[in-house]
Design a protein around this ligand. Structure first.
Ligand code: ADP
Ligand code: MG
Length: 405
């Protein structure tokens, strides 16, 4: 159903099953109205959690039973929308989240074979991410929780990535070193136990996933090319070109990817001008560039993670986030870690990139241990503030920001 309200509101959409009404405003103002007869259902199975993830360019909803059994995990990717811009356009991402969030949640419930009556907890990402995108998930989650009388918890997206490895592996020995490698993050933690974190380091500039996507563009590969660089690299020689291994010294646990990106740019285009484009470089050379780039990008990740594990007497290492899906990275970790006797754990493939199953699982995990966190009294934050108590955190980009002032 759709109708005009006072000229300024454009659409009112009713989803009868969920009882969700959506009002869209033409000035960018919007709100969700939820009307439902729901009361808390009594369930004699482990609690079901509905997860909602809208931190960047994926609208995702999932239903998880207990803390790890995934009943559904729907990811509505915006890949097609941003492809022609070569990166995520925040305004477009927000508009698409609004368009698809109701349907995505409904599909997640349907696929799990449950209704909102069965849901005991809603878990929603409150940060970090694009603020407009986060606000949509948070407003939607809170509205739904309010109308259903369901409990709600706000969780941190980076912690959810770490939890994705816990969901996929029955027993991870702690303390563990945790590496998060994705399109927006490259961070290293010590986890005394799951939920107890010490900051070790992070990228001082770009994230490794973002660097991979830029290298893909340089090589004439389509948008979001990290996985395509991986495929191309399989045909190349990782020792063909010696790209710089940034911050490889053992003095800290920080990383840097801006210089590597520039090195690949100069290699492809030539110094001082546009000598050639990636798609005009011969196939064999492109494969060598891709393989050599991956070797340079991944070596610091593997070395620093395992050094940290040794120095801090960790029992294992956990590697998660979109880039952890990369087989070459996994093999490099496996080879180096087996020499040192450190087991390395990864999430299942479908849990590496952004998804709501990890959000639901983490929400259930935290709600069981930190009941005070089960509240609708939280806000969306674009930065890292929402990470639970984190010993020793310092912003690795702070020095650079200071210089820019
Ligand atoms: P974020 O949480 O930062 O939004 P995701 O966790 O969804 O990002 O990860 C997306 C990133 O992971 C993208 O940069 C993408 O290119 C990268 N990625 C996904 N699969 C692979 C792969 N197989 N090899 C390398 N990079 C990958
Ligand atoms: Mg992510």
């Amino acid at each position: 159903m759709s109708r005009q309200i006072e000229g300024s509101f454009l659409a009112l959409t009713c989803k009868s099953r969920l009882g969700i009404c959506r009002l869209l405003g033409q000035d960018g103002w919007w709100l969700f109205l939820c009307v439902s007869e729901h009361t808390e259902g009594s369930v004699d199975r482990p609690m079901l959690t509905l997860g909602i993830e809208t931190s960047c360019d994926e609208t995702s909803a999932a239903v998880v039973e207990g803390e790890r059994r995934i009943l559904s995990n729907i990811v509505a990717s915006q890949f097609d929308l941003h492809r022609k811009y070569g990166g995520v356009v925040p305004e477009l991402a927000c508009r698409r989240h609004i368009e698809v969030i109701s349907q995505t949640v409904e599909t997640a419930l349907d696929e799990a074979g449950v209704t909102t009556d069965d849901v005991g907890l809603i878990s929603v990402v409150k940060g970090p991410g694009l603020i407009g995108a986060l606000l949509i998930g948070v407003a939607f989650g809170k509205s739904l929780a309010r109308s259903l009388g369901t409990r709600i918890i706000g969780v941190n997206h980076v912690e959810a990535h770490l939890y994705s490895a816990v969901m996929s592996n029955e027993r991870i020995p702690f303390p563990a070193v945790g590496l998060v490698v994705s399109g927006g993050h490259t961070m290293l933690f010590l986890m005394e136990d799951f939920g107890k974190y010490r900051w070790l380091g992070g990228t001082v500039d770009d994230a490794v996933g973002e660097a991979g996507d830029k290298v893909a563009t340089l090589l004439g590969l389509p948008y979001l090319g990290g996985p395509l660089v991986e495929k191309l690299a399989l045909k190349g020689n990782p020792r063909a070109i010696t790209f710089p291994r940034a911050m490889i010294r053992r003095t800290n646990y920080d990383f840097s990817y801006a210089g590597l990106k520039t090195a690949v740019l100069y290699h492809v285009k030539g110094y001082g001008g546009s000598r050639r484009d990636g798609d005009t470089v011969a196939d064999a050379e492109r494969a060598d560039i891709a393989a050599s780039y991956q070797a340079a990008a991944f070596e610091p990740l593997v070395k620093k993670t395992l050094w940290a594990a040794e120095e801090l007497a960790a029992q294992s290492a956990v590697v998660c986030g979109g880039v952890s899906r990369n087989r070459t990275l996994r093999e490099m970790f496996a080879a180096a870690a087996s020499k040192r006797g450190i087991p390395v754990f990864f999430p299942a493939d479908e849990l590496c990139t952004d998804n709501a199953a990890m959000v639901a699982g983490l929400g259930a995990w935290r709600a069981a241990r930190f009941p005070d966190e089960v509240t609708s009294d939280f806000d969306a934050f674009p930065n890292f503030e929402t990470f639970p108590s984190l010993e020793g955190f310092r912003d690795p980009r702070a020095k650079r920001k200071e210089k820019q002032r």
